[in-house]
Design a protein around this ligand. Structure first.
Ligand code: IPD
Ligand code: CA
Length: 271
């Protein structure tokens, strides 16, 4: 059984508090689907409210730390050199908006050295619908609730199930869309299947949990992936950009998989 550190407790408490309002709002969203305008404004308010709750809880526990927030932008640390909280209050916004119960709160602790190199030292992804709290600390392993996580042991593409992100209207250029279609064509024909679940933070948590054998998406933001990068690594997986470099956090281009198939997945994606 995992004994959670004080830091992870802080992250879990902030996620839990924010999830209460979020689940209430999710119940309302279904009623709003029928209105002509749809629930978009309502959801963006839900998102902002969740972020406020998270920020309040995290700053209470670690007053001098900075923030990089999806909604609120960058807030410099008041304590020199202190870590930065990287927060996505609602990953899977489109799912939420459409009443699809698959979304999460992602929180990470990021340290930046004098050369500007980013290291994620703690991360959590909370799925409030399934009550699944995924978390990891650097060097201490990855966990789901109280269970230690390990990436899958599958060794062949043929047996593997992949997750991905599909670019959409307003995301990615026409070339990016065409490139994705080509990648999907390749991966679908050599694997057990491809899923597009709609919450990148959870996709990475699911790679860490061995539910997905691999995942790829281009153009993600730091808050989508910061916690997930650490979860995958601490569960024994590999995560990189599409050129196998340790640059996923800087570019937002992500290929994650168990160590046996990461190289092959990259080769197929680049074919
Ligand atoms: C999005 C989700 C989605 C991914 C998009 C992200 P949001 O985050 O993670 O799965 O495909 O690229 O922007 O907008 O729901 O926080
Ligand atoms: Ca997101």
């Amino acid at each position: 059984m995992a004994s959670q550190s004080a830091l992870i407790n802080v992250m879990q408490k902030a996620s839990t508090y924010a999830s209460r309002g979020m689940l209430r709002d999710f119940g309302e969203v279904e009623n709003l689907q029928v209105s002509r305008k749809g629930p978009a404004d309502f959801v963006s308010r839900a998102d902002i409210n969740a972020e406020k709750t998270i920020r309040k809880e995290l700053s209470k526990a670690r007053p001098g730390w900075g923030f990089q927030l999806e909604e609120g932008g960058v807030i410099e640390a008041s304590e020199p050199g202190a870590p930065v909280w990287v927060v996505d209050p609602l990953d899977g916004t489109t799912n939420f908006l459409h009443g699809i119960p698959h979304f999460a709160i992602s929180i990470a602790v990021m340290e930046i050295d004098a050369q500007g190199r980013k290291t994620i030292t703690a991360g959590s992804v909370f799925d409030p619908v399934k009550n699944e709290f995924f978390y990891a600390e650097k060097g201490k392993g990855a966990f789901l609730n109280e269970r230690r996580l390990r990436v899958s042991g599958r060794r062949s593409m043929a047996d593997s199930l992949f997750g991905c992100g599909i670019p959409f209207l307003g995301r990615g250029s026409a070339e990016d869309h065409a490139e994705f279609q080509k990648q999907l064509g390749t991966i679908m024909s050599v694997s057990s299947g491809v899923r597009r679940n709609g919450a990148a933070a959870l996709d990475l948590a699911w790679v860490a949990a061995g539910r997905l054998d691999g995942f790829w998406e281009k153009g993600l933001s730091l808050w989508d992936i910061a916690a997930g990068v650490l979860l995958v690594r601490e569960a024994g997986g590999f995560i990189s950009d599409f050129a196998s470099r340790d640059k996923a956090l800087d570019s937002g281009d992500v290929v994650a998989a168990n160590p046996s198939i990461h190289g092959e997945l990259i080769r197929k994606l680049r074919d």
